[in-house]
Write a protein that binds this ligand. Structure first.
Ligand code: B1M
Length: 214
């Protein structure tokens, strides 16, 4: 079993999207769980790419093709991770914060939340603080969820808290934050409500928050 997961990881690192897609399908057919394929195959590969990117061993084009391979793989896992036909337990507006174009983690958060029966409005990347608030207000969302991967953009999440206050909805929404550089301490500092380190915990926390507000 490890060998197919290694193959997924290695082909993802080489940006072989078609091969990754085929291998993920084979792994599913072999009965390997979606969680293992995600964590020990796709994410393992992306973490090697991340290390190399940091050390200037690979550059943006290589990372982009790896990201495309990652997205093709996760698309196949989505129905398995998300379980369909679940009744809605709450509404979340989700996006990557303004100035930031990273969306792989945000997409995982969406998948996991949908898997918990939450309705997710995905605003994509580069989302202005006021936009989250406007959508939360108009759509009656209980949760605003912001992802940030850059130390240069994470500060913008404080503006989401301020925008919610300015719009008079701060007591009606919970603001969740996450992404690689974000910490619990930072979450508290900016006056947000909940930090979680990974997508599955974000989904658990969102469901808990929605249930507590019901
Ligand atoms: Co970028 N990038 N990137 N990049 N990139 C990082 C983030 C970086 C750490 C790489 C490095 O130097 N080691 C670094 C940031 C450094 C810093 O800020 N301190 C970096 C940089 C510098 C940049 C550029 C500035 C590079 C440049 O142009 N010179 C540029 C910025 C563009 C922009 O956004 N304006 C850039 C561009 C890119 C690509 C476009 C090439 C590509 C993104 C493609 C895409 O997303 N569609 C890319 C990638 C892929 C990465 C790395 C390699 C991988 C990120 C990723 O997808 N990881 C990354 C290095 C790394 O993180 N190791 C890096 C997999 C993903 C599943 O993890 O998103 O962390 P992550 O999500 C996790 C958790 O964080 C959490 O759940 C997920 C796990 O379950 N989570 C949440 C995420 N959001 C959450 C929200 C929650 C809760 C949990 O609640 C709401």
């Amino acid at each position: 079993m490890m060998s197919i997961l290694n193959d997924i990881s290695e082909n993802l690192q080489r940006g072989k999207a078609k091969v990754v897609k085929e291998l993920v399908q084979q792994a599913i057919d072999q009965g390997i769980s979606a969680k293992e394929i995600l964590e020990d195959g796709l994410l393992a590969g992306m973490s090697v790419v991340g290390e190399k990117f940091k050390n200037n061993e690979v550059f943006v084009p290589e990372v982009l093709v790896a990201a495309r391979a990652m997205n093709m793989g996760t698309a196949l896992l989505k129905p398995l991770l998300a379980g369909d036909g679940v009744e809605s337990h709450g509404k979340v507006v989700l996006g990557t914060i303004k100035g930031d174009l990273h969306d792989i983690g945000k997409n995982l958060v969406k998948m996991m939340m949908e898997g918990k029966g939450l309705e997710v409005i995905d605003l994509g990347t580069d989302v202005a603080p006021e936009k989250y608030v406007e959508v939360a207000k108009n759509e009656g969302c209980q949760i605003i969820a912001c992802s940030s991967l850059l130390t240069t953009t994470m500060g913008m999440m404080e503006d989401v808290v301020k925008a919610a206050e300015a719009a008079g909805i701060r007591d009606q929404v919970k603001i969740m934050v996450g992404g690689a550089p974000v910490t619990d301490e930072f979450c508290k500092k900016i006056g947000a409500d909940k930090y979680t380190a990974d997508a599955a915990s974000a989904a658990d926390a969102a469901l808990e928050l929605c249930e507590a507000m019901a």
